[in-house]
Design a protein around this ligand. Structure first.
Ligand code: ADP
Ligand code: AMP
Length: 217
């Protein structure tokens, strides 16, 4: 089963993708994570993307399409229980590319799960976000602190990090990009009957249960 998690920055896509990965062995494909790795490695893609990401704008479609295509071409890395597209597609052109990338490989999308959230909650969620520097597990200053203070629940590391683009100014640009370019792709998937909605304002476990109910339906 292959799904897209769609929603504005801070909606909880990464949180829910990590949950599905551990509960269902699905594979998270986050273009944001791939781009951050490229920036860290100072690869040609990273050098091209760095300033765009820092500004909160979208990197060009062909860059992310290629990142996703490359991952789909490495089936030996994956268990075969399905992909979760997280942060991709973000434009109608990317949505069409994804159809082609999947179709060429004999795959298809099963659901597009839209995580609905109140915009006022997003700045608060994003400015409080941090992750384990070792395993990437996600946390929040108020909504999800490690069970043992300052030690990652998953791997025990005491190293955490925050994203440079998780500041109020950039979040506002990222939200504007979402409204202008990403939300308009919903009708494309609605026409295909793929869209399901969950209440992203509910506690994380409830959101997760709603998503699993959709996958089991
Ligand atoms: P996205 O991947 O959509 O940008 P994240 O999954 O990283 O969003 O979530 C953003 C922040 O909000 C994280 O710090 C996460 O711990 C927190 N968060 C996620 N889902 C919820 C929720 N349902 N309620 C409260 N906080 C949440
Ligand atoms: P994310 O981790 O999904 O919040 O993405 C962080 C940043 O990476 C975004 O603000 C964009 O600059 C860039 N990015 C991630 N995914 C895409 C995509 N599918 N299309 C364009 N830009 C992207």
């Amino acid at each position: 089963m292959n799904i897209i998690l769609l929603g504005p920055p801070g909606a909880g896509k990464g949180t829910q993708a990590q949950r599905l990965t551990s509960r269902r062995s699905m594979v998270q494909l986050s273009t944001g994570d791939m781009l951050r790795e490229a920036v860290k490695a100072a690869s040609p893609v990273g050098l091209r993307a760095k300033a765009i990401m820092e500004a909160g704008e979208l990197v060009p479609d062909e860059v992310v399409d290629e990142l996703i295509g490359n991952r789909l071409d490495q089936p030996e890395r994956y268990s075969g229980s399905g992909f979760i597209f997280d942060g991709y597609p973000r434009t109608e052109a990317q949505a069409k590319s994804l159809d082609r990338l999947l179709g060429d490989r004999g795959m298809k999308l099963d659901y597009v799960v839209e995580i609905e959230v109140d915009e006022e909650a997003l700045v608060d969620r994003i400015t409080g976000r941090f992750t384990c520097a070792k395993c990437g597990a996600g946390y929040h200053d108020r909504y999800k602190l490690p069970k043992v203070p300052e030690l990652c629940d998953v791997c025990g590391s005491d190293q955490f990090k925050r994203r440079p683009d998780d500041n109020e100014q950039t979040v506002r640009t990222r939200l504007a990009e979402y409204r202008a370019k990403t939300a308009p792709i919903l009708p494309y998937y609605e026409a295909k009957g793929l869209v399901r909605r969950v209440d992203g304002m509910a506690p994380m476990d409830e959101v997760g249960a709603s998503i699993e109910a959709i996958l089991d339906s």
